[in-house]
Design a protein around this ligand. Structure first.
Ligand code: ZN
Length: 287
C-alpha cells in the first residue's frame, strides 16, 4: 500500500482518495476504457485532484454507494456525459430528496466558510439504476451487493479481480453505524453485516465510506463492533429513551467500550441515532 498525498494505491488498478472532510473515501478503479470513480468527493479542490489523477486515462463511469450528498458529487472535469450508476432504490431516493440534498450542501458550504460554491449543481442527480449482481464496466467485473441499513438503497461494489470491496457507510473505524428511518433499519443493517462478513473475509482491501482502509482482519473487528452497537440499539425501548439521551448515550458507549463516538462528529451521530429511535418509538422530538 503506497501513499501519494491524499491518494493510497491499493493494487495496480485501484487507488483511493481520502477527503479532509469526515475522511470520506473515493475509489479510482482503472479499466481498459478509463477509470471508474466510486463516490468522488468532497471539496472542489479534491475533485480537481481526482480529475488530475485520472487525466490522460479518462473517466469511464461513476458509481454511487448510497443516496447521501457526500457520496454523489461530480465534476465537469470527469466528463459531463459520463454515465453514473446507483442502485434502483438509491436512484429513487436521490430524485425524491434532491431538494433536501441541495439544502444540506449549501449548509455545509456555509458552516465551513468555503466562500465559492464547491459544486456544479446541474451535473448532480444524474445517476441511473444498476441492478444487483455482476456487471462489466470497461471490461472489468464489479459485483453490486445490496447493503441496506444505513440507507435503504445502499449497495457495495466488489471488484473481485482486485480483491477490493467498497462497502458504503459500514465498517468504519471512525463512525458508529447510523440509521436513517428508525428501528426498522436495524434488522436489514444486521443482515447486511452478516453478508459483508463473508465478502470481507475473502477480500484484500475493504474501503469504508469514511475512515481508514482495512484488511480483512481489521474489517471483521469493525464488523463485530458494528454488530455489538446495533444489538445495543435494538434492545432500547421507550422507557430507556424517555430520559436524558446524553446520559443514555454515554452509558451505551461505556458498556460497549465503544470509542468511535468520542469525536464531536461521532458523538453527534450516536446521539442522532438515539433521537431518531426516540422520535419513532415514542413519537416525540428527541435531543
Ligand atoms: Zn451516508
Amino acid at each position: 500500500m503506497e501513499r501519494e498525498q491524499a491518494f493510497t494505491r491499493l493494487t495496480n488498478r485501484v487507488a483511493v482518495h481520502q477527503s479532509a472532510y469526515w475522511h470520506t473515501n473515493s475509489g479510482l478503479v482503472r479499466t481498459a476504457e478509463g477509470y471508474i470513480l466510486v463516490d468522488p468527493g468532497i471539496l472542489k479542490a479534491e475533485l480537481d485532484a481526482i480529475a488530475a489523477f485520472s487525466a490522460g486515462v479518462g473517466v469511464r463511469a461513476g458509481l454511487v454507494t448510497h443516496a447521501h450528498w457526500d457520496h454523489m458529487l461530480w465534476s465537469a472535469r470527469f466528463g459531463r456525459e459520463v454515465a453514473r450508476f446507483a442502485s434502483e432504490g438509491a436512484v429513487t431516493q436521490i430524485q425524491a430528496e434532491r431538494y433536501r440534498f441541495l439544502q444540506e450542501m449549501a449548509e455545509f458550504e456555509r458552516v465551513n466558510g468555503l466562500g465559492e460554491s464547491q459544486w456544479d449543481h446541474p451535473l448532480l442527480f444524474q445517476e441511473q439504476p444498476l441492478s444487483s449482481g455482476s456487471h462489466f464496466i470497461g471490461g472489468l467485473e464489479v459485483q453490486v451487493v445490496p447493503l441496506p441499513g444505513h440507507s435503504a438503497g445502499q449497495c457495495g461494489f466488489y471488484f473481485a479481480g482486485e480483491g477490493v470491496l467498497f462497502c458504503g457507510d459500514t465498517l468504519s473505524d471512525e463512525e458508529v453505524p447510523t440509521l436513517s428511518a428508525g428501528p426498522q433499519d436495524l434488522t436489514p443493517y444486521q443482515q447486511s453485516l452478516d453478508f459483508l462478513a463473508g465478502l470481507a473475509a475473502g477480500a484484500r482491501w475493504i474501503v469504508p465510506g469514511h475512515g481508514q482502509l482495512a484488511n480483512p482482519a481489521e474489517a471483521l473487528r469493525r464488523l463485530d463492533s458494528d454488530h455489538a452497537y446495533l444489538e445495543k440499539l435494538s434492545k432500547l425501548g421507550p422507557a430507556d429513551l424517555e430520559g436524558d439521551l446524553n446520559a443514555l448515550g454515554a452509558r451505551i458507549l461505556e458498556e460497549l467500550a465503544e470509542k468511535r463516538a468520542d469525536s464531536e462528529a461521532g458523538w453527534l451521530m450516536h446521539l442522532e441515532n438515539l433521537a431518531l429511535l426516540k422520535r419513532v418509538l415514542i413519537g416525540r422530538a428527541g435531543g
